[in-house]
Write a protein that binds this ligand. Structure first.
Ligand code: ASN
Ligand code: ZN
Length: 319
């Protein structure tokens, strides 16, 4: 699905023509799309009042390295969604992307608050500034996309799927920007524990490596912490996506299912189509299995749907 015409940011507004994924015909999608990014980055100046004071707006630049990173990486994420999915910003209609950096003091997190992104600078030990990590920016902006699409409720299984969509699109954005490598499957490795080499916040190819994530549906967390395990059970779907992309088996041999590799581009198209067309706000893992299989069949045919089923079977989600 390649854009064969691309409107310059400065140039006239033109339709973008895509090869239709189903028919192979060239079709104009999203004819209203203008593909002019609208970004605004603010500083909370180590406080917690939002959005704070404006540091850089679209077309500008700043000497504040962290604010510049928030600006640049929200631009990379915008370009990822526009070029891969024909999507114009998080709401699909060109919404301005607002980001606040330097939030609070020694703040080891980042979040989407329903209206904007917010980034801590970390504490220098567990994390360096979160806005400098593309995985984090794409993860948080995908929470906004999910809010406007499936609106997955942020608890229990639907919450774990919400979290997994953010990790999955972070990996796909990383691959879009940097190509596929072992690092594609590490999440937030750029900002996480700056003093420890080669580690990451989460591991999509082997989710339990972080010491808290789960990767096998029959063993899923059903307690109350973390909104019912949204950042714990996300590992189940993260691993399904990894296996669908790269192929292979469950890393701890929980099942013997061998998953054929579709590549990350097709896998991302499948998950995006499920998120935007089929998942509803209370979706379960089983619903995600059915939604992604449906999307795969429509986009790439029966063999792709079979691969999707294998990926979910490999992580223990029943058909
Ligand atoms: N960084 C976290 C996330 O986006 C913030 C949260 O707990 N929602 O998942
Ligand atoms: Zn998240």
């Amino acid at each position: 699905q390649a854009a064969v015409e691309y409107a310059d940011e400065e140039g006239p507004q033109r339709d973008v023509v895509f090869a239709d994924a189903v028919s192979g015909e060239l079709v104009a999608r999203h004819p209203q799309i203008h593909r002019v990014k609208n970004r605004k980055v603010y500083s909370a100046n180590s406080g917690t009042k939002l959005p704070g004071s404006v540091v850089v707006s679209e077309g500008g630049s700043t000497g504040d390295k962290v604010a510049q990173a928030a600006y640049d990486l929200s631009g990379v994420t915008y370009d990822f969604y526009a070029s891969q999915f024909g999507r114009d910003s998080f709401n699909g209609a060109g919404a301005t992307i607002h980001s606040t950096v330097h939030y609070s003091k020694n703040y080891v997190n980042a979040f989407w608050n329903g209206q904007q992104m917010v980034y801590g600078d970390g504490d220098g030990y567990y994390a360096s500034p979160f806005a400098q990590d593309l995985d984090v920016v794409a993860h948080e902006l995908t929470h906004a996309v999910t809010q406007y699409e499936a609106s997955l409720v942020y608890q229990n299984q639907s919450g774990a799927l919400n979290e997994a969509m953010s990790d999955i699109m972070a990996a796909a954005a990383d691959a879009y920007k940097n190509g596929v490598s072992a690092k594609t499957w590490l999440l937030a490795e750029t900002c996480w524990t700056p003093g420890v080499a080669n580690d990451a916040m989460r591991y999509m190819a082997n989710p339990t490596q972080d010491g808290q994530s789960y990767d096998y549906y029959p063993e899923r967390y059903t307690g109350q912490q973390d909104n019912g395990g949204v950042h714990i059970n996300s590992g189940i779907a993260n691993l399904a996506f990894y296996l669908l992309s790269q192929g292979g088996k469950h890393p701890r041999n929980k099942t013997n299912t061998v998953v054929p590799a579709l590549g990350i581009d097709k896998a991302a198209q499948i998950f995006y189509r499920a998120l935007t067309n089929y998942l509803n706000s209370n979706a379960t893992f089983q619903d995600a299995r059915n939604a992604t299989a449906q999307a795969a069949a429509e986009l790439y045919g029966a063999d792709a749907a079979t691969a999707v089923h294998a990926a979910w079977t490999a992580v223990g989600v029943p058909g």
